[in-house]
Design a protein around this ligand. Sequence first.
Ligand code: SF4
Ligand code: ZN
Ligand code: ZN
Length: 300
Amino acid sequence: MKCRICREKAIIGLPQHNLALCADHFDNWMLKRAAKAIDEFKMFTKDSKILVAVSGGKDSLALWDILTRLGYNAHGLYINLGIKENDYSDESEELSRTFANRIGKKLQVVNVKELHGMSIPDKAYSKKRKTCSVCGVTKRYYMNKTAREGNFDVIATGHNLDDQAAALLGNFLYWKFDYLAKGAPYSPPLRKGEFAKAKPLILCTEKENTVYCLLQRIDYIQKECPYSKGATFLRWKHILNEIEENSPGAKQAFYLGYVKHIDIFKVQNEDMPDSRCKICDTPSWNEVCSFCALWDLNKK
Ligand code: SF4
Ligand code: ZN
Ligand code: ZN
């Protein structure tokens, strides 16, 4: 297999693009893929202040690296969830800090246990709720808070094409309209106090992000979060991989086709009230937002 550009030995085949590339040209191609998504979906500009949600995993570290190399003003936020199993949180925080030092960028760290006296899994247990749901509410709150306090313009996350397409398949199968309205590569803020969310690596696959990290010698956490994606999500991924194997490009066509028609689903979410949480003043459907209710801030 030879690189289509320079005819040197290729290190990766990209059948969905009818392409094989050597290390140098693949590196260049990744930067172009991210730049294409940023431009095509009008995510942000070189003047924007970008907050990258960093988990220590390959996707978010590849994203931060690529944005920095493209010349964007991107800072990192790491949220330590207090997950003790496999040393998951501490190890991923360490890798995120090491990477931030390497690229000379600022990493803000929020430690949930230090702030609230309880880790995410312990909180979930005490409230009899799913860990990922407690995690989602908490991460969303701190991302918005950090963005607000630091005058950021947009929050960027490392979502890749495989995860997004698998989530989409699951949401379509069960017609989850709320989620179907939220899968865009770029979502502008709907109300004051909210932030735009961008997924600049949405055109890149998990494999591409992994190879990018290997080539750039980015040390990322290889373990999965112990609470990560159940068997069902992995099944959707597996099914899509099988389809992709026989029809290269199907995954991207599936996702981009959905993006083209996403407005169909947005109608369901239009009539949002302009109410705010009486405790933290962030936009909320209820008097007390889900974060303040979860962490019992209304009782203090
Ligand atoms: Fe949080 Fe669940 Fe993701 Fe782990 S898998 S980081 S608990 S949302
Ligand atoms: Zn080449
Ligand atoms: Zn609140």
